[in-house]
Design a binder for this molecule. Structure first.
Ligand SMILES: NC(=O)c1ccc[n+]([C@@H]2O[C@H](COP(=O)([O-])OP(=O)(O)OC[C@H]3O[C@@H](n4cnc5c(N)ncnc54)[C@H](OP(=O)(O)O)[C@@H]3O)[C@@H](O)[C@H]2O)c1
Length: 331
């Protein structure tokens, strides 16, 4: 038996369904030079975790995903890309944080947040938690907020008065996109299942489209200045037609073929077609926290599970219709 302090962690040691994840005791990490040890109080289970656990990538990206995340099984068995917690200890040379600080972090593809503790280099995406947000609330804005901020502030800035369509509005990314677009002065139409109509309106949607409505999407061709398809609900060649000539499509979830065809679609469609991957950097995280503190991004928590019951959270996300963020509590 090891004398090292232990922690509880959710381990995913094979690709598969929700049953691939189990909770166990593992050694607690120790901060090295320039590193911060955070005691995690809240994290989230997001679409990115499901994509890795199930190795369910947009068409064409599967082989690259095995290279990135592990050929036969996840190289990093602890999933989770966002956390909020308290600094427990710091390694030599750390200057920005002290034990006792309340912090948030976004670990991106390095994951590791579904655990009691995580070590993070202080030069990475770690920031002070706003006092106005609790730990669960702060964790809940990270994943969707980082994505929405990246696309709406750097790749396709929204102009006040624009008509914006958000496809996948009921999810963690969609709700954050709606909030930022609304805060920028846009009129926002949410596309989601009928059962989420009231919920997306409570999150700021001005109008709602049920994606099972007869005639959709042809009924709305050319109706929007900016279309943000968070889920890859249709090929980009079809969703681009929802934007008016001269408008923009952000295709957040594109197949490899759609991704490769974007320059061609850009030239042929008369609209700008935008894709890309969200970087995990300290600047982005600090901006997300500032937006949350200003009330422009608001936590939208659809479900909460303690770490010990994370398997139920994985089963919920496998249903494909999750609402907002799923918070995992560790405290
Ligand atoms: N490019 C990047 O760097 C990046 C970064 C983050 C996320 N993403 C991608 O963004 C996507 C969304 O992420 P998320 O975290 O928001 O997922 P999520 O929280 O699981 O939400 C997905 C939402 O889409 C809705 N939906 C399902 N089918 C739909 C359809 N045909 N039309 C409209 N809505 C539909 C679901 O509920 P209802 O069916 O009940 O409406 C659910 O609310 C994922 O595919 C993820 O991989 C990309």
């Amino acid at each position: 038996m090891s004398d090292l302090p232990m922690m509880r962690a959710a381990l995913c040691e094979r690709y598969g369904d929700a049953s691939a994840v189990h909770v166990a005791a593992v050694p607690r990490p120790v901060p090295g030079a320039g590193e911060v040890l955070v005691r995690i109080l809240a994290s989230t289970l997001d679409s990115a975790d499901r994509r890795v656990r199930a190795l369910d990538m947009p068409p064409g990206f599967g082989p690259m995903a095995r290279l990135a995340f592990g050929f036969r099984r996840p190289r990093q068995p602890i999933l989770g890309t966002a956390l909020a917690g308290i600094v427990e200890a710091v390694g030599p040379g750390v200057t920005r944080f002290r034990p006792g600080d309340d912090v948030v972090a976004s670990t991106g593809a390095a994951q590791g947040c579904h655990a009691g503790y995580r070590v993070i280099a202080e030069r990475k995406a770690i920031a002070a938690k706003p006092e106005s947000l609790g730990f669960e609330e702060a964790a809940a804005v990270i994943f969707g907020g980082m994505t929405a901020r990246f696309f709406l502030e750097t790749k396709a800035p929204v102009i006040s008065g624009e008509k914006v369509l958000v496809i996948g509005a009921g999810g963690a990314v969609g709700v954050a996109v709606m909030q930022l677009a609304r805060a920028a002065g846009a009129t926002v139409t949410a596309c989601c299942s009928a059962g989420k109509a009231n919920w997306v309106q409570s999150q700021g949607a001005d109008g709602v489209i049920d994606y099972r409505a007869p005639g959709w999407p042809q009924t709305h061709e050319g109706a929007f200045d900016l279309v943000i398809d968070t889920v890859g609900a249709m090929p980009a060649s079809q969703s681009v037609r929802l934007a008016r000539p001269g408008g923009r499509l952000v295709a957040l979830t594109a197949s490899l073929w759609d991704f490769m065809a974007m320059p061609w679609l850009n030239a042929r469609s008369g609209r700008s077609v935008i894709g890309g991957m969200v970087p995990d950097n300290a600047e982005g995280l600090a901006r997300v926290m500032a937006l949350a503190e200003a009330g422009r991004l608001r936590p939208a928590i659809g479900a909460r599970f303690p770490l010990e019951r994370i398997g139920e959270a994985h089963a919920l996300i496998d249903g494909g219709h999750k609402t907002g963020s799923i918070v995992i509590t560790t405290g």
